[in-house]
Design a protein around this ligand. Structure first.
Ligand SMILES: [Zn+2]
Ligand SMILES: [Zn+2]
Length: 356
């Protein structure tokens, strides 16, 4: 009933809606524009919740470059209020989320099975058309239904969890691995939860912010390290003489990658998902890589992991709620972005239309 009346209201009047826009780095404001028209292959979503991603924060800080004006927000959930003529798999009233990485399916890399390397990749909410808006209109192809067991809040984690799942896939984690996780933000803490689930023996998490280290301990880290005060690689080797089997770097700066590299034991794997300064580089010994059979690997986006991520979010074994530190209304989006720059924040949710 509620959904139907909402649909009628939107369709009949096509009134204006509020959305957030960054006119330039360091500035974000709420503006109004008409609710997007529905196209044949598109789904109109009334957005309920949208999380602030590290990418959004880096764009706001001017560290990552985009074309301005820019509408951020790609970790969102909502209810379908209208569908185009050609849409068949999604219907009005469905609770949904969106995979913001929209591959073409036709290019060389898509046909090889690597959609994250698509030559025509579209990224709504990362390149434009973000989810900090009352309504978004997106292609059916990237819309996923979510079960009632996943709240709109937790559904905002489906995209970040899908990215960590790709990292876990590529890491070939084995039971009893010694794992080092660099960074205790949302991605690092999701890595921690999943590595524990996949049977890691000792998980050491490196993070300069005390609050996040305490949270990591609470979520199962064996040991935490403050990289501002202690040497991570020495601590790892004190804990296990043979060094780490696996290092997951969610930060991607020159310092963290180099320190992660030094933590590796023989046959060790270093995976990097953090995108940081374009100038990040490290001096590494080729002989060391050869003799110790080290693997150094980048992981990018979330190929083929989105459906599995929805299943994981539906499981009751993970304490997802602990990752949310703030919930702020859309009208106060400025404050939300100010907080995102603060050390204590982990996942900040922007409440757009959710009253449950
Ligand atoms: Zn994200
Ligand atoms: Zn493609």
């Amino acid at each position: 009933m509620r959904v139907e009346s909402l649909v009628l209201r939107v369709i009949e009047s096509r009134t204006d809606m509020k959305y957030a826009v960054m006119p330039q780095a360091g500035m974000i404001k709420i503006e109004e524009k008409p609710v997007p028209p529905i196209e044949d292959d598109k789904v109109l979503i009334n957005v309920k919740m949208c999380g602030i991603c590290g990418t959004d924060t880096l764009i706001h800080k001017g560290i990552l470059n985009v074309n301005f004006p820019y509408s951020p927000g790609h970790e969102y959930s909502g209810v379908v209020v209208d569908t185009g003529k050609k849409v068949s798999s999604i219907k009005i009233g469905d609770r949904v989320t969106v995979n913001p990485n929209h591959e073409c399916g036709l290019c060389y890399f898509c046909r090889l099975g690597f959609p994250n390397h698509c030559e025509n990749l579209k990224r709504p909410g990362i390149k434009s058309n973000g989810g900090f808006a009352e309504y978004v209109s997106v292609p059916e192809k990237i819309v996923y239904r979510i079960p009632d067991s996943i709240s709109f809040r937790n559904a905002t984690l489906i995209e970040p969890v899908s990215c960590v799942l790709h990292m876990i896939d590529e890491a070939c984690i084995k039971p009893r691995d010694v794992v080092v996780i660099i960074g205790g933000g949302t991605m690092g803490l999701i890595c921690l939860l999943l590595c524990g689930y996949y049977g890691a023996r000792t998980i050491i998490l490196s993070e300069p912010v005390e609050y996040k280290r305490a949270l990591a301990k609470q979520l199962g880290a064996f040991l935490t390290c403050d990289p501002a005060k202690e040497c991570l690689s020495s601590r790892v080797k004190e804990t296990d003489l043979h060094g780490a089997n696996l290092v997951l770097d969610n930060v991607g700066s020159s310092n963290t990658v180099f320190e992660g590299y030094k933590c590796l034991g023989k046959k060790g794997r270093l995976l990097i998902s953090g995108l940081n300064s374009e100038k990040a580089e490290i001096p590494i010994s080729v002989q060391d890589i050869v003799k110790n059979e080290l693997t150094i690997k980048g992981v990018f986006l979330n190929p083929n992991t989105f459906s599995r991520s929805i299943e994981l979010l539906g499981m009751k074994v993970f304490p997802w709620d602990n990752l949310f530190t703030h919930e702020i209304q859309l009208s106060e989006i400025n404050r939300a972005f100010d907080i995102s720059a603060e050390a204590k924040a982990v996942k900040i949710l922007v409440n757009i239309n959710e009253r449950e």
